[in-house]
Ligand binder design. Structure first.
Ligand code: NAD
Length: 325
């Protein structure tokens, strides 16, 4: 049990539900209160906890924050956190799996349907006054076979919805047992096989050394020219240059992308050239329901550690078995 009121750093604003729920034990401090990173580092030892969205929590900060007890990820993918340094410093790292999976799954499917039915060019025709002469014909998404690269919380939610829409669903996920797949889903043993058989591939794996740039020219070439790539996971999993080359060569019909390595690209980015590419600024999890739940859950993980309990979703619990004892 914490003996003093905790100070929790919020590198970015989160839904107030979480901070309000721990107001009895903690004060939250916004990153905006520090003009420079140097100012933040100089004051880092006042923080007992951090609740971070996608903002990097690097080794330098962790080392400077000598009283830090928990880095609470507001969300699932924790590639923005230096977990090794946190572990070396006895700091717990937690996340909030599952609570945003419906939101991200809906977004991936929305992108897929928008690209398949070519909504961007159709919308552009209406806005530019050429709608009367617009005669593009699309295929029905009903006939698509959707390939999922990753079948965790989000991938399995996508599978359930697309199956309900009448689409076939294939899955490549080397870490999932055939017995854990829903009945309507078929497991594929290789990435190449997934891209060979799917009409549209949607990426739902975490960024790891193994998945980094795992989807490149060779994989994209296996999709038919009517193929679609959707990425709502992490930008670095897909080789963007290869994606642009495939679009340029007409080897792909379109793409839907929610994640960019360095934030939303500028207008000069080559992806802007292709009319059937839908780009969104990392909004997959940005629904009211999911933001509220992630805020509450990440704050609750802070409360657990304050109370001396290891949260169930601790990512380095094996390395830090006695951190709270
Ligand atoms: P999860 O951990 O439940 O599922 C990830 C799945 O990927 C697991 O089943 C795992 O076995 C699988 N996997 C791991 N390595 C793989 C590989 N080499 N090939 C294929 N599959 C592999 O996570 P989740 O909640 O489904 O989230 C998936 C990812 O989505 C997160 O890691 C995060 O990066 C991203 N995400 C994006 C947003 C957004 O706003 N766009 C929001 C939440 C999560």
């Amino acid at each position: 049990m914490g003996e003093h009121e905790w100070t929790v750093l919020l590198p970015a604003e989160i839904h107030p539900a979480g901070p309000e729920s721990i107001a009895d034990i903690a004060t939250t401090v916004s990153r905006g209160e520090y003009e420079t990173r140097a100012n933040l580092l100089a004051d880092a030892d006042r923080f007992d906890a951090v609740i971070t969205r996608t903002e990097p929590i690097d080794g330098e900060f962790i080392a400077a924050a000598s009283d830090l007890e928990i880095i609470s990820k507001h969300g699932v993918g924790y590639d923005n956190i230096d977990v090794d340094t946190a572990t070396e410093n006895g700091v717990l790292v937690t996340n909030t799996p599952g609570v945003n999976s419906r939101a991200v799954a809906e977004h991936a499917i929305t992108l897929l349907l928008a690209v398949r039915r070519r909504l961007r060019p159709a919308d552009g025709a209406v806005r530019s006054g050429t709608g009367e002469r617009y005669d593009a014909v699309t295929d029905q998404f009903r006939n698509d076979t959707v390939g999922l690269y990753g079948y965790g919380d989000i991938g399995s939610e996508v599978a359930s919805v697309v199956s309900g829409l009448g689409m076939d669903c294939l899955v490549y996920d080397p870490y999932v047992d055939e017995s854990d797949l829903a009945a309507q889903v078929t497991k594929i043993d290789s990435v190449a096989g997934l891209f060979d058989r799917a009409d549209a591939v949607s990426v739902h794996a975490p960024l790891t050394p193994e998945t980094r740039a795992a989807i490149s020219e060779a994989e994209l070439r296996r999709l038919a020219p009517s193929g679609i790539l959707i990425n709502t996971a992490r930008a670095e999993i897909v080789d963007l240059n290869a994606l642009v080359s495939s679009l340029e060569a007409g080897e792909l019909s379109g793409a839907g992308i929610d994640v960019f390595a360095e934030g939303p690209p500028s207008r000069e980015h080559p992806l802007f050239e292709y009319e059937n590419v839908v780009l969104t600024p990392h909004i997959g999890a940005q629904t009211t329901e999911s933001l509220t739940a992630m805020s509450r859950r990440s704050a609750n993980n802070v409360r657990s550690v304050y109370d001396g309990t290891m949260p169930e979703t601790t990512l380095n619990s094996e390395e830090l078995p006695s951190a709270l004892s």
